[in-house]
Structures are given as C-alpha cells and as structure tokens.
Design a protein around this ligand. Sequence first.
Ligand code: PEP
Ligand code: MN
Length: 343
Amino acid sequence: MVIVMAPTATDADIDTVIAHVAEHGGEAFVSRGVMRTIIGVVGTEQVLETLDAGQLSGVAETMRITAPYKLVSAQNHARRTTVRVGGVPIGPDTFTLIAGPCAVETREQTLAAARMAKRAGATLLRGGAFKPRTSPYAFQGLGVEGLRILAEVRDIVGLPVVTEVMEAGDVEVVAHYADMLQIGTRNMQNFGLLQAVGQIGKPVMLKRGLSATYEEWLMAAEYIAQRGNLDIVLCERGIRSFETAIRNMLDVSAVPMMQRLSHLPVIVDPSHAAGRRDLVVPLARAGMAVGADGVMVDVHPHPESALCDGAQALVASSLDELAEAVATIPALLGRTSAAHLAG
Ligand code: PEP
Ligand code: MN
C-alpha cells in the first residue's frame, strides 16, 4: 500500500499515520519529497486489509498496489502519465523526437547537430557532457564545459536539453544546466545516483540496463519515484544478445509491455541499439509503430571525425527520411507530433 500525504500535511499528521501503521502490524517507509510525503506500507495481506489510513488527517490518497514497484506501476492509474521537459510533452497523446550528438565536442559541432536535430523534427536536444565510456582511454566528455555549451545552444536553437549524469555528486550541477537528466544503461542500478536524481526537481530519463529485466528496470524507476520525483521517462536502448553484427538488440516488446506495467512514458533509442547508421531509421520506425512515446537518435555534422559513436550518428542526408517517419507514423496511431505543438 502507498499513502500519499497532502501538501498541507503536518509532521504530526505524518507521525500519526506511522503510528497507525505500526499499531496494525505494518511497516512504514517514509519519503519526504520537496512537494509531497509518500509513505510506503509493507505488511501481510491481513495487515493491509485492516489499515484504514484514509480516515486520518493529512492523508490525500491511499492506494492498494500489489506490484513490487508501487509508485511507477500502472495499477490505480486510469491514464498514462505525460512528462513535460522544458514545456515539451512526452506521453500517450504525442510523439517526441529527441536528437543530438552522442557527445558534446565543441560549440560549433553541438550547434550544427542541434540544427540537424531541429530539421528532423526534434523538439528536445540530446548531448553528453559526462560520457560513460567502456575504455578509460576514450574521450570522457567535456564535463561542466559541455553543459555550458548545451545551455548556450539551447538558447540559440530553442530546444530543451537532455544530458547524462553519472555521479550523485554531479546531479546538482547537471540539473542547473539541463532540462532533463539521463541515467545511462550502465548506471541503471546505481541506487545512490537514482536516489539523488529522485530528489532533484527535474525530469529523468532512465535507460534500461544492458541486461535488465522489465521488473529490474521498474524497480530502478521506483528508486527515483520513492524520493518524490515521478517525472520519469523510460528508454529502451537495446539489450545484450548473442549477435555480433549489431551493437545491441532493440527489444520492441519492451514498449507495449512497459506501457502495460507502468504509467510512465516509454521511448526508444535505436542509435545505441543498432550501433550502425543504416539501421537507425528502420528501427526508429519500428519504435514508432509499436507505440513508443518518443524516439532518441544520435546526429553528427561530421561523424567520420566524431569523438564518440560516429558509426551510429545520422548524417544530414538521412534527416528527411527520419522527418518523414516522424510526420506520418505516430499520426496513424492517433498521436500529435510534439514538433507541431511546439510550433
Ligand atoms: C548515450 O545515450 O549517450 C549513452 C551513453 O547511452 P547508453 O547509456 O544507452 O549506452
Ligand atoms: Mn553514445
């Protein structure tokens, strides 16, 4: 069971609820968020049945949720959630394209990539300043300087920014510059980092771990939600398989399954799944057709000299094909393109 306290609830109200739970033999887990306090209750079926916290002062809502991921579960959600990133919606009624360079390398490269992104119909700009690289000898990103470039390019091009944060200690500085914080595949179960982004007032994109099950992915999202941040977008980016011709296997089943299990928006990243440019648009189309709430792709003005993931970056000549897919496929499923909403 989850007990959501009203924003006006006092400390005494919260203490009364905790005491009430204890009296009935349950255990209360209290998360004091910026906006609201949420109390998770664990106990036997019998205990939960006799609890009647709804009558107590300061309680806004009580929810019986049987899934282990209480706050992100689709249970008790009549409609799926729309997350707004700098005003841009990601949710069931729209389709949102996110595009940009894998890594921020220079101001010029980022600006050129952002203009490419816009041409393809993107309404959000991606770009990594802190890069999680497999090799310690590979380009690690520009760090805070990269964040500054992203913020400047956002102001020039008018696209809110999504960028990765890799360490709990960097969450504040990344949130200062970015409109949405990305948790990469390698950090999906970095629980301290998840809790840190759960406490920041910015939306979070949670990528699926390299070999995470749906439940593990949802439990990771629950770590963020449990700290009071429910603005979470799930991103399927391909999982490990035995095939070596592609980088990862885009799991298209994840989209409708996660939309069934959770109320959170679900997007796909065909670039990090394929690892090769020629498959990105076909896989983006697959994501759209299976009902993804958005797609995120890498673009680069000069992929041959890119410092990171050049092989999968879309080039200028493939943008029209992507734009055409964005303009037609989501509409067949009754979605409005976020590009049209943003004007
Ligand atoms: C990225 O989007 O830049 C990235 C590193 O992706 P992933 O965590 O999915 O590998
Ligand atoms: Mn990359």
